[in-house]
Design a protein around this ligand. Structure first.
Ligand code: PAF
Length: 290
């Protein structure tokens, strides 16, 4: 049983955080939708290492689910989540209720224009506005902090960095490396929807990215060629349905023609009904971590 403090209202979260801040303590913040896995664990561990007081929010945000995406299917493991956050040294779980957090009478949407429209945004039209709106609200509740996000959701990370900068929010956004299984599959709450054989199939996604990364590191600069090689690797695995493969600028996420310096490889593919995304850093002639 965890002993971590759990609060549900916005006021109680504000009060708890403002008390520790008044004592001169630094605040770390890990926003989540629950169903915590070791990827979230690595964010909490990083926050605990760098900050005096760590808040983990658990809120399944209805605003970021499209009409065809079933919010009620989203996995929920609240008590286990609190136990993990507590074991890792977090201090406060903020688990707001939906009426207060995403009121149906709210008229305000935060939208990070171009960055939200490509890639994931092209097939999940309102997704990033939902993320941006709720993350901005969470930042306004927690206040000045270091906020930890996984590189696994690379487009989300780029959008959150941009909204914090554009709105001059007192938040330092920290990106943390993707955590993978031994077979290379990026950890994701959605992996819980996959059967054993689908989990095997899904490893092709990271294998394809590693192939692209190695190609770049061995000197290939032609993006068409790199994207073809990655695509071929996924298409060979017949049980995957590829949405996109892209080699992009790591900040703007704009597609590029020629690799110069560091780039990001992005991929989205469905395994059965489950859509998975992954990404990796690569740079010409440099062997770096994904
Ligand atoms: O990455 C997530 O879990 C969610 O998109 C976030 C950042 C908690 C916003 O709801």
């Amino acid at each position: 049983m965890s002993s971590i403090q759990v609060v549900h209202s916005i006021d109680s979260c504000r009060l708890a955080v403002s008390k520790v801040r008044a004592q001169g303590h630094s605040v770390g913040f890990v926003p989540t939708m629950g169903a915590l896995h070791n990827g979230h664990g690595s964010l909490i561990a990083a926050a605990v290492k760098e900050c005096d007081f760590v808040v983990v929010s658990i809120f399944v945000n209805p605003l970021q689910f499209g009409a065809s995406e079933d919010l009620s299917d989203y996995p929920s493991t609240f008590q286990q989540d609190c136990d993990l956050a507590s074991t890792l040294g977090a201090d406060l779980v903020f688990a707001p209720d939906t009426t207060e957090m995403a009121s149906s009478t709210s008229l305000t949407t935060v939208s990070v224009a171009e960055l939200s429209q490509r890639w994931e945004g092209a097939s999940r039209l309102t997704h990033f506005d939902g993320v941006s709106t709720i993350v901005t609200k969470l930042f306004s509740i927690v206040g000045e902090c270091k906020a930890y996000f996984g590189e696994k959701d690379f487009q989300q990370l780029a959008i959150v960095r941009r909204l914090a900068a554009d709105l001059s929010l007192p938040v330092t956004v920290v990106g943390c490396p993707t955590v993978r299984t031994e077979s290379g599959l990026a950890l994701s709450s959605r992996n819980s929807y996959l059967s054993e054989s689908q989990l095997q199939d899904a490893t092709v996604i990271s294998e394809a990215l590693y192939t692209g990364k190695e190609l770049i590191e061995s000197g290939e600069t032609d993006v068409v060629q790199i994207e073809q090689v990655i695509t071929a690797r996924v298409v060979q695995a017949e049980r995957l349905s590829l949405d996109y493969v892209a080699v992009v600028d790591p900040t703007s996420l704009e597609p590029i023609d020629e690799v110069e310096g560091e780039v990001r490889l992005l991929i989205a593919a469905a395994v059965g009904e489950t859509r998975l995304i992954d990404n990796m850093a690569a740079a010409l002639g440099v062997v770096s971590n994904g």
